[in-house]
Design a protein around this ligand. Structure first.
Ligand code: F6R
Length: 247
């Protein structure tokens, strides 16, 4: 794995954008596929990609986007559903056609519908030719997507219960921890590993322990992001605070 440590979060965003642009170019596909994380971590990166689009250095009009995960049970159009977040933060600013954005379906009325939707999501990724560049953030507990500690390393898209820690961490997007959905549909770790290139962005001291465990700890379901070590083309772009616990 390539590990790039830069002074600030703004530097991380700029450098990660270059890695993503280079990765999409290297894919040499008419309709490249970008894997999209949500949360705070990639927002600066998306802003840099939007600047590259405006400058004519990147064209995503024929690209497809696949989200990593989605909450279960939020009403259609809820501003914190990841579909809405990606429409707002990515499709508009980056010129990605909303019709080419795919998000796991968290609207299933029961377990059977959610399971069927998850299997369909895997089929849609495969039909698009797989993900060329997957953008990733990391949870403070080491989660990747919403694959919480204990997730199987070969897992595929499925329904998961969110940990109390994650619901607490994401409370800032809702009215409080109890407003955060209890379940999600997330790409599995095996799904993430199938992307051709992985780009992890992390900044700030709250991520330092998780980053150290993911990049230098044992490959283990206890730290789902440690699967990055297993990927042949993964780049971690970190600021100094997030990299502080690396040896
Ligand atoms: C969301 C996702 C999560 C986040 C992680 C970090 O699509 O994949 O793994 O990347 O929860 O969230 P932030 O960036 O808000 O600290």
């Amino acid at each position: 794995m390539e590990v790039l440590v830069l002074p600030t979060a703004a530097d991380v965003a700029r450098r990660a954008a270059e890695v993503v642009i280079e990765g999409l170019g290297a894919a040499r596909r008419d309709e490249p596929v970008l894997g999209l994380a949500t949360g705070s971590s990639p927002l600066g990166l998306y802003a840099e990609l939007a600047a590259a689009v405006r400058a004519g250095r990147l064209d995503l009009t024929r690209a497809r986007g696949f989200a990593l995960d989605e909450y279960v049970g939020l009403p259609v159009g809820h501003p914190q559903s990841y579909r809405e977040v990606l429409l707002r933060e990515v499709c508009g600013p980056l010129g990605l056609d909303p019709g080419r954005l795919d998000v796991p379906d968290g609207s299933g009325r029961d377990e059977d519908e959610l399971v069927a939707g998850a299997a369909d999501y895997e089929r849609r990724i495969a039909a698009a030719g797989g993900v060329d560049v997957q953008i990733l953030g990391i949870g403070a507990n080491g989660h990747l997507g919403f694959n919480e500690p204990g997730s199987a390393l070969s897992s595929r898209t499925r329904v998961k219960r969110l940990s109390d820690r994650t619901r607490h961490d994401n409370a800032r997007f809702f009215t409080g921890p109890e407003g955060v959905p209890t379940h999600c549909v997330t790409q599995g770790l095996g799904t993430v590993l199938a992307a051709r290139r992985l780009v992890l962005v992390a900044s700030g001291p709250a991520k330092a322990d998780a980053v150290a465990a993911a990049l230098e700890g044992p490959l283990s379901a206890s730290c789902p992001a440690s699967v990055l070590q297993w990927h042949a083309d993964a780049t971690a772009v970190l600021d100094e605070a997030a990299a502080a616990r690396l040896r």
